[in-house]
Design a protein around this ligand. Structure first.
Ligand code: FEO
Length: 169
């Protein structure tokens, strides 16, 4: 495997674990606010991010490439309101999309078709992740200021259940 592609794939393990950590922090924020549904939604999100990390980990191992685990950064954002959290989520997903695109571009450059095929799932997934983050913001804009509507929205988000990723390596 090309060295740059290898480094980027290895680095993505860390980025995905950081994403899990970030969403766990979001979950923690909402739990403290008493919004259990939001807390659940981000808890499930954190679980998905751990899955993403493990898919990169597994892919490198399957390709007989070394995996180097780095320290996971501390989520250090301080939020003043729920909307700040949701917007930080969207910003983060856009950042992750840019990372996936960067790996894809590096793989494309060296005709690493297997890595490109592996990344196809993530390209699609990032589209969904950004849509979900956008939807959260829209719903909060529509319903966040009315306590009864916020209660209903919280109930809706409480129903999210974890499902394993459709990509199996
Ligand atoms: Fe692993 Fe939220 O993308």
């Amino acid at each position: 495997m090309n060295q740059k592609v290898h480094e980027l794939l290895n680095s993505q393990i860390n980025k995905e674990f950081y994403s899990a950590y970030l969403y766990l922090d979001f979950s923690n924020y909402f739990k403290a606010m008493g919004l259990d549904g939001f807390a659940n939604w981000y808890m499930v999100q954190a679980q998905e991010e751990r899955d993403h990390a493990m898919l990169f980990y597994q892919y490198l191992q399957n390709e007989s490439m070394t995996v180097t685990l780095e320290a996971i950064a501390k989520p250090d954002k301080v939020f003043t309101c729920s909307m700040d959290v949701l917007k930080a989520g969207l910003e983060h997903e856009k950042y992750v999309t840019s990372l996936i695109n960067e790996i894809y571009a590096a793989a494309y450059e060296v005709k690493d078709f297997r890595t490109m095929q592996f990344l196809d799932w993530f390209v699609k997934e990032q589209g969904e992740e950004e849509t979900n983050a956008n939807d959260m913001i829209t719903k909060m804009e529509l319903f966040g200021s009315d306590p009864r509507s916020l209660y209903m929205l919280n109930q809706e988000l409480a129903a999210r259940v974890y499902t394993a990723p459709s990509l199996v390596l």
